[in-house]
Design a protein around this ligand. Structure first.
Ligand SMILES: N[C@@H](CCC(=O)N[C@@H](CS)C(=O)NCC(=O)O)C(=O)O
Length: 206
């Protein structure tokens, strides 16, 4: 059975979990990272020299980097669903995966670590606030893109929605002010009705 290493409160592990659940692939998840340790053992470092989760072992194919994992799983098991066969169509999803990692992710990381993983007396409130504002600004771009479609690359869920949807749970679940983004809200509501999303992403923040 496919193995996935990583704690289930990790954003990047949740992307792999959600993808596996959408594809209905049986898998064994092994807790690793933060309080579980494991990532600094020599055995784990052989799997991922970076000492980070997620990592998968799919019948001997060892892979790290969450977006590479999502792409691999979708290409192998989700042709015609999560994985568009047409390169031009697939590039639309790919583009949003990269945008999520480079534009939406960095300010969200500051907000999440500040509000969820830092005790109140140690928080850098200025950084949290400027990052929250920045995330709201870049989300206006996503909002505009979702104006004429149900999912980021069209009428069905694809790999492009996976990183965006996973991180957006944090955006909606954190106790903070949010600008009105009707298309992002409607898309997120759509994602939230999916069993795979509920099971792998809609978990308490920690
Ligand atoms: N770019 C990598 C980042 C991986 C990463 O930073 N993983 C974090 C969890 S989200 C981690 O392993 N942190 C150390 C730990 O949990 O001990 C990916 O997308 O997989």
């Amino acid at each position: 059975m496919l193995k996935l290493w990583g704690r289930n409160n990790s954003l990047n592990v949740q992307k792999a979990m959600w993808c596996l659940e959408e594809l209905k692939l049986p898998y064994q998840r092994i807790d690793a990272g933060m309080q579980y340790g494991v990532v600094n053992t020599p055995e784990f470092r052989k799997l991922n020299p970076n000492g980070l989760v997620p990592v998968i072992d799919d019948g001997g194919t060892i892979l790290w980097e969450s977006h590479a994992i999502v792409r691999y799983l979708a290409a192998k098991y989700g042709k015609g669903s999560l994985w568009a066969e047409d390169p031009a169509a697939r590039a639309q999803s790919d583009k949003w995966m990269d945008w999520c990692a480079t534009v939406y992710g960095p300010p969200m990381r500051e907000v999440f670590w500040g509000l969820v993983r830092t005790p109140p007396e140690k928080r850098n409130l200025e950084l949290i606030e400027t990052s929250r504002q920045k995330a709201g600004e870049v989300l206006a771009i996503l909002d505009a893109a979702l104006a004429d479609r149900d999912y980021i690359a069209g009428s069905a869920l694809t790999i492009g929605d996976i990183p965006l949807g996973t991180i957006s749970w944090r955006w909606f679940a954190m106790a903070m002010e949010r600008p009105s983004l009707p298309n992002v809200e409607a898309w997120f509501k759509r994602l939230s009705q999916r069993e795979a999303f509920k099971k792998s992403v809609l978990l308490p923040l920690s």
